[in-house]
Structure formats: structure tokens, C-alpha cells
Ligand binder design. Sequence first.
Ligand code: FAD
Ligand code: EPU
Length: 354
Amino acid sequence: MMIESNSSLKAFNTFSIEAKTQSLFHFKTLQQLPELLALVKRVRAEKRPVLILGAGSNILFCEDFSGLVIKVELSGVDIIESPESYQLQVAAGEDWHQLVTDSIDKGIDGLENLALIPGVVGAAPVQNIGAYGCEFKDFCESVEYIDLDSGEFFNLSAAACLFGYRDSIFKSKKMENALITKVTLTLPKKWQPHSRSGVSNQSDAAQKVTAKEIYHSVCQTRSEKLPDPEQLGNAGSFFKNPVVSKQQAEHLLNLYPNMPHYPQADGNIKLAAGWLIEQANLKGVQCGGAAVHQQQALVLVNQDNACATDIVELAELVRATVEEKFNVSLDHEVRFIGSQGETNLKEVLQHVRA
Ligand code: FAD
Ligand code: EPU
């Protein structure tokens, strides 16, 4: 039985927030497609929403969901070797970190900087996951998806995915019916280490470093900095790092000469939201059961049986305090899901405070 009713989503989001969904479908194989498409049609006819869910590591369920959650559990990895490269064709429900680990173990190098990012492969293109100088787009050949309304399959080239910083075409309204089924990655055999900013052990015997060493170094750094959702509920960086004009960055740098800042190709400057939050004295601050993480201020954690409202109120406190102190606005990276589908901090606050 693949359709469940009135199911708890607590085990399916890394914040471990209690929320229920009216219907839940475990999408394990493409053979279920006719059943799934018929179900989606029924749900839409009832004017109920549909949510595509991976491992729930970038999601905040703000309330019970009134529609159908499709949990993507498609599996399978095909490796095609050519003289120059390996091509990995990976089903959307495969675990991302397991893919990275298995590739490195097989001597297929390239994904090491993206080790230990939670979630499944099908979600990786959605926000173009990134860490330590690499992004999903650096390896992406194409992304296959099915349109849940028409049942048609499409294969988008990497260029057509419009990847940006924590962004892609899959976040746009016109792609809300696109369920990613498979991604194709190309990893050249001629391997070079990528920039490893932020990773310890940067000695410039770096020339001799292996992908496996970088993999272990990334895993170690991440384990030290970021809370393990199994121990402490969280969804990684809660906000995106803000990008400001050069002029605004220069103004802030006059006031705070030590402020981390990263010039972008278009002349704008990216700032470190974690630094801004820490400088606003928000580390450790709590709202109900939610808290700003002590080791990494960009991460909000479910410290003590938080409900979604605790996290929403804390997010607003952080956003408003940083805006007041630095005149910089923070946008949340985490996707907010309300009873009718995707929503945002402003809308949820209006609802909560009404
Ligand atoms: P979910 O949270 O289930 O979904 C995320 C979004 O993708 C939703 O909008 C969902 O509808 C959509 N989606 C999921 N699957 C599909 C599909 N098959 N088709 C269409 N849409 C789909 N992210 C980074 O970029 N870099 C990091 O370094 C990083 N570190 C993290 C560390 C921790 C401890 C945690 C908890 C999170 C971190 N994240 C990071 C965020 C998260 O891991 C990524 O966003 C990840 O890709 C989410 O995968 P998921 O399967 O959990 O997706
Ligand atoms: N910083 C502080 N205080 C803090 C946190 C950070 O001063 O509490 C400073 C650090 O000292 C450093 C700068 O801010 O100078 C940047 O910090 P860090 O290297 O930890 O990275 P980040 O910008 O906070 C980003 C990504 C992470 C990714 C890491 C590593 C975003 C929103 N976050 O974090 O991605 O793993 O870089 O590359 O871009 C995620 O998206 O969920 C995520 C965890």
C-alpha cells in the first residue's frame, strides 16, 4: 500500500517538526507512474496541493499539509565509463552523501567537496547545492523530470537549468509540477582539487592532495561545525548569504573592517550571514524550543521540542535584528511549507500573529 492518509511527517523532516499530511505517496519505482498521475489528478480536482519531498533537510513544515506529499524514493545508479570521464546517471531518491562516498571509494573523483550534504539526489539541482567552492552545477550534465500534470518526461541540459547561488529553474513557479526523476553527472578522469576555502589542513602540499583526503577533510570540518540532524534538529543554513552592492559593502567594511566578504563576478559582494548574526549577539538566543546554534549562527536548531511557530518567530527575530543593525536583509534558504503549499516568512508570520 503506497498511499497513506493523515500521516506524520516528523520522521521526514530534519527539523523533526510534528506536522501531518492528508495523503502520502511513496514513489519507489517508475512502474507506479500511472497510479501516481491518477492520484495527482484526483488531488488537483479536489483543489488540494501537491508537495514533492526528498529527505526533508531543507524544509520547514509550518502547519499540517492539506494535500498530497510525494516522497521520492526512486533508486538506481548507472556508471558509464569513457576514455575521458565517468558519467553517473542517478535516480532521484538515492542519498547524496552515499553517492559521493561510493564514487570516491570506486576511484571516481570530483564530488568530494560536496560530501556530507544531507538529502537525496533529486533535490540537489533544486537549490544547486554547494559547499567549499563547488556546486552541483559544476558536475551536472542534465536533469530529467516528469511533468505531473501531463505525464510527459523532459531532459534539461545543465545550461537550461539556470543554476545560480542556491537557485535553479526548479524553484520557479512554472516548474512546480516538475518531479525530478534522474540526474546525469559528468566527472572527468583528469582530476584537480577544487578551491577548498573553509576546509582545515590547507597546507600547500595541496598539490599532492588526493580526492579521498579532501573528502575526509570536508567530512571532518562539517562534523565539527554543523549539527547532526540525528542529534539536533536543523536544516543547515537557515538563510542564504546576502549579496549587497559594492557601495554598501564598503560602507559596512568601514565600520567593521574584519567583516568576511566575497566579491562576485558581477561586482556585487556576498556577505557571511553567520557572521552578521553572530555580531548581532544572537548566538544561543532562543524562542520557545528553537535556538540559534552556538557553533554556527546561520543554523537554527530544534533545541527542545520546538514547534514550527518557535522556529518562525526565531527566524523573524534574527532577520529583523540583522536588518536593524546592518541594514542588510536576509532571505531564508529553507523552503517554508504551509497547509496549501510553499509559503514564506512574511505570510507565515501574518498567519501566526493574526
Ligand atoms: P527536501 O528538503 O526534501 O526538498 C527541498 C526542495 O526540493 C523542496 O522544495 C522540494 O519540493 C524539492 N524537491 C525535492 N526532491 C525533488 C524532486 N525529486 N523533484 C523536484 N523537486 C524536489 N545545502 C547546501 O547547498 N550546501 C550545504 O552545505 C548544506 N549543508 C546542510 C547541512 C545540514 C546539517 C542540513 C540539515 C542541510 C544542509 N543543506 C545544505 C541543505 C540540504 O541538505 C539541501 O538543500 C538538500 O539538497 C535537500 O535535499 P532533501 O532531499 O532533503 O530535499
Ligand atoms: N561565521 C561567523 N560566525 C558564525 C558562522 C560563520 O563569524 O556563527 C563566519 C566564519 O568565520 C566565516 C564566514 O562566516 O568567516 C563563513 O562561514 P562558513 O565558512 O561556516 O560558511 P557559511 O557561509 O556560514 C556556507 C553555506 C553552507 C556551506 C558552507 C561551506 C550558505 C547559505 N551556506 O555557509 O551551506 O556548507 O558555506 O561552503 O551559502 C547550507 O546551504 O545549508 C549550508 C550549510
